[in-house]
Design a protein around this ligand. Structure first.
Ligand code: AIR
Length: 347
């Protein structure tokens, strides 16, 4: 059987790394992005530039590919659903629809008896008065936003008056936990109860952007088992196909909470490229393209640092040791808080 051609919607660094993994498996890729300068076009076989609701461009993508995935959860549901009627979109668009919506996502998680932080929907300013027991909390738009975009830290009700918030967008208020540390689990589901799961990754954020990740995570055995179990349960319940990331909080009393689910490959899993026999990207391509599932094998401990904004400049001219792996996302413009590259060090 000939190998399928993979469509990737979204053209950022995650798309680049998916296309690179696909190439090694001799899978052709077509990237579709609304950014003319999308870096993933440098790694894919073909590139389609267009708005995500441009019917001609959608038709073009569908005609050139056999299976379609996405690297960014903010792709319009309508686009994914429409494509899925003609060619399979994996993971299923219905999954993305739940996870795109922070309230639906949290309701789904809690229904499975999996703990999240306490939260409430906030539709207008006066509703803030009724949810004061969730303060201090994070006020987030229910849809869109990543890397802290569209999020406000609210310590007291007075903070609201100082912010210019357009409540018509719909908000969720999430109570802050007394955070000890954050971890994530990357898992790839192939089919019923068939998974490859990576060990928990310990993450440090700064300004709501991932700063660094490392394995092994310094966590106790109970947290290790619980986080793995919850990641498997969530993935199975969603009948997910592909790589997914579950982000967790651990509080000062060693309680575990699911923070959020990313229905895609994830920044905290970049170290899997060098630290495992099969990366999160290769596993995603294997799962969505129906290729063989290979048992994961850890090669090394690892730490990854994100290079944000102008930090990339120093690394572009640096010499690296043989245990260091530098990735430049080749983004056209350096912007404040923009993820520009990363460095993984094996140890
Ligand atoms: N991304 C998606 N969700 C979270 C992140 N970090 C990646 C995807 C997306 C890219 O970030 O690869 O395409 C967008 O990056 P930027 O810098 O253009 O906003």
């Amino acid at each position: 059987m000939s190998k399928p051609t993979l469509g990737i919607i979204g053209g950022g660094q995650l798309g680049s790394m998916l296309a690179t993994a696909a190439k090694r498996l001799e899978i052709k890729t077509v990237v579709f992005s609304d950014d003319m300068d999308a870096p993933a076009q440098k790694f894919s076989d073909e590139f389609i530039f267009g708005k995500y609701d441009d019917q001609n461009k959608i038709d073009k993508l569908v005609s050139k590919t056999d299976v379609i995935t996405f690297e960014f959860e903010n792709i319009p549901y309508e686009t994914l659903n429409q494509i899925n009627k003609i060619k399979p979109v994996l993971p299923k668009p219905s999954i993305n629809r739940i996870i795109q919506h922070r309230l639906a996502e949290k309701d789904f998680i809690n229904k499975l008896n999996i703990r999240t932080t306490r939260y409430a929907s906030v539709k207008n300013k006066s509703e803030m008065d009724t949810v004061q027991d969730l303060l201090p909390g994070l006020l987030k738009t229910v849809t869109l936003g990543y890397d802290g975009k569209g999020q406000h830290l609210i310590n007291s009700i007075e903070d609201i008056n100082e912010l210019d918030i357009d409540f018509s967008r719909g908000y969720i208020l999430e109570k802050l936990v007394k955070l000890k540390k954050e971890i994530s689990i990357i898992i790839t589901r192939f089919s019923d109860k068939k998974y490859e799961i990576y060990e928990p990754i310990e993450n440090v954020h700064e300004d709501q952007i991932l700063k660094n990740s490392r394995i092994p995570a310094d966590i106790n055995d109970k947290i290790l088992k619980q986080s793995r179990l919850w990641a498997m349960k969530l993935t199975e319940e969603l009948k997910y196909v592909g790589t997914l990331c579950v982000e967790f909080f651990i509080d000062r009393n060693e309680n575990l909470y699911v923070n959020e689910i990313a229905p895609r490959v994830h920044n905290s899993g970049h170290l899997t490229i060098n630290a495992y026999n099969i990366s999160q990207f290769e596993n995603h391509v294997r799962a969505v393209c129906g290729l063989e599932q290979i048992k994961l094998n850890k090669i090394s401990n690892a730490k990854m640092i994100n290079l944000i904004g102008s930090q990339i400049n120093v690394y572009r001219n640096k010499q690296f040791n043989s245990n260091e792996f530098f990735f430049d996302y080749l983004k056209k413009e350096i912007k404040h808080k923009r993820k520009m590259g990363h460095l993984t060090t094996l140890f």
